[in-house]
Write a protein that binds this ligand. Structure first.
Ligand code: NDP
Length: 304
């Protein structure tokens, strides 16, 4: 049986974070005379993106912020999308802009991200935000790695001096995760598809962050006993039950083989219920941080 004290409950932590955001959003509304506002732009009909966008909108409103959803057709032109982003940049009721990725292939994702005002960059993906993170300056940080860091600090307290291995080097997760761990004075290794002897690299780590996109790749015998494991992966695989699998039913698993890893790890995030719920909660947190900065209202450095 799994030792439940090893499980890092991201769902519960995210609930607490959303409650803190809601309290501060109410205080912001009283101080600013308007709600903090988050605009989400969705282009096309991708079903997963539609689910995310609906969930983001609902949770934004539940936290007492204004949600502006812009749904554009699949054949939207680059010019039309850029014009919308520029309008949202100028709109004083919008504090945060999120363009749901991936965009349809005919659109230039990088150019669209770069058009977002850094002051409203709640996804933390513009060159200004990524540059500020690299320089160790305050700024908006990508939601999934920031949520992962929050879970780590909540579980471990100070991370100073710990050996951390981040598997994955994407702009969205791996690279900002490594920067954040470095800013907490971890000794950081970034592993990727060309890394040699990955299991040996991972075995050195006190902290393992898996952001690979390969179902159950990291095995328990890759881990140092007692390591803290953050599983960012979200992979859909056939259901375990043969009948359900034949009916094409699926289940979600992470990039870590939970069953073998939980026996060796000191603490681990489950999938689902670990990092996943943190991403939207941190998005709301980022929108509120941006709202305070945009309205010139102070927010204590550690308020949320
Ligand atoms: P990407 O596909 O952009 O990056 C994957 C990274 O993993 C790359 O750097 C790649 O290396 C590396 N990699 C691939 N195969 C291997 C391998 N065999 N060994 C070592 N490294 C490997 O994915 P993302 O960073 O966007 O996402 C990673 C995972 O996190 C996915 O499962 C995604 O669904 C999930 N995710 C979850 C979120 C959440 O809210 N919980 C949010 C965002 C993502 P290389 O650079 O060399 O190609």
């Amino acid at each position: 049986m799994t030792d439940s004290s090893k499980i890092i409950d991201g769902k519960a932590f995210a609930e607490g974070l959303r409650a803190r955001v809601a309290t501060l959003a109410a205080a912001f509304e009283r101080a600013a005379g308007r709600k903090a506002g988050l605009a989400v732009v969705l282009v096309g009909e991708d079903p997963a993106s539609q689910v995310y966008v609906r969930s983001k909108g609902k949770q934004t409103v539940a936290c007492g912020m204004a949600s502006f959803e812009h749904k554009l057709p699949e054949d939207t032109t680059q010019e039309a999308l850029l014009a919308l982003v520029r309008r949202l940049n100028e709109d004083a009721t919008v504090d945060g802009i999120l363009v749901q990725l991936p965009l349809p292939r005919h659109l230039d994702e990088q150019a669209v991200v770069e058009a977002i005002s850094p002051a409203k960059d709640v996804d933390g993906l513009t060159p200004v935000s990524t540059g500020r993170l690299a320089l160790g300056l305050p700024g908006l940080v990508p939601c999934t790695p920031l949520g992962s860091l929050m879970l780590l600090k909540d579980r471990l307290g100070s991370l100073s001096g710990l050996d951390a291995v981040v598997i994955g080097r994407s702009i969205l997760v791996g690279k900002p995760m490594a920067q954040l761990l470095l800013s907490e004075s971890c000794t950081v290794t970034i592993a990727h598809s060309r890394t040699k002897n990955l299991a040996d690299v991972v075995r050195r780590a006190d902290i393992v962050v898996a952001a690979v996109g390969r179902a159950e790749m990291v095995k328990g015998d890759w881990l140092k006993p007692g390591a803290t494991v953050i599983d960012v992966g979200i992979n859909r695989v056939p259901a375990l039950d043969a009948v359900a699998a034949a009916e094409r039913k699926t289940r979600l698993v992470g990039d870590v083989d939970f069953a073998s890893a939980v026996a060796v790890a000191g603490a681990i995030t489950p999938v689902p219920g670990g990092v996943g719920p943190m991403t939207i909660a941190v998005l709301l947190r980022n929108a509120l941080v941006a709202a305070h900065a945009n309205a010139g209202i102070a927010l204590g450095a550690d308020a949320i």
